[in-house]
Ligand binder design. Structure first.
Ligand SMILES: [Zn+2]
Length: 101
C-alpha cells in the first residue's frame, strides 16, 4: 500500500482563484491600505443596459490610529474587466487584476 499512499498524499491542485487587488490611500493619514476582491465570490450581479454587470463593495480601515472608513465600489463586466471604480475617504493608488494559486 506504500505505493498507493504516495500517489495520493500530494496536495491536490486548487483551482486558480481570481482576485482584483487594489491599494487605496487614506485621505486622512495617508496610509496605503490593500484591499482584495474575490472575483468568484465577492461580486453581486446587476442587470444594466441589456447586459450583466458585477459589483463589489468593500469597506477598509487602516491599521493605525486613524479611524477613517474607506468605502470602495468596483464595477466589472461579465469577463471581470474593470468598468468603473469609486472610492470615498481615500484615493486609489493602484489597481490590478491578479491570478493567485
Ligand atoms: Zn487613515
Amino acid at each position: 500500500m506504500g505505493f498507493l499512499k504516495n500517489l495520493f498524499s500530494g496536495t491536490p491542485a486548487k483551482p486558480e482563484k481570481r482576485y482584483f487587488v487594489f491599494n487605496v490611500k487614506c485621505s486622512r493619514c495617508g496610509e496605503i491600505i490593500e484591499g482584495r476582491v474575490d472575483l468568484d465570490n465577492d461580486l453581486s450581479v446587476e442587470y444594466e443596459n441589456d447586459h450583466d454587470v458585477y459589483f463589489a463593495r468593500k469597506g477598509l480601515m487602516g491599521s493605525g490610529r486613524c479611524f477613517q472608513q474607506i468605502e470602495v465600489e468596483l464595477k466589472f463586466d461579465s469577463s471581470r474587466q474593470l468598468l468603473e471604480q469609486q472610492v470615498t475617504g481615500g484615493q486609489f493608488s493602484s489597481l490590478q487584476s491578479t491570478n493567485l494559486q
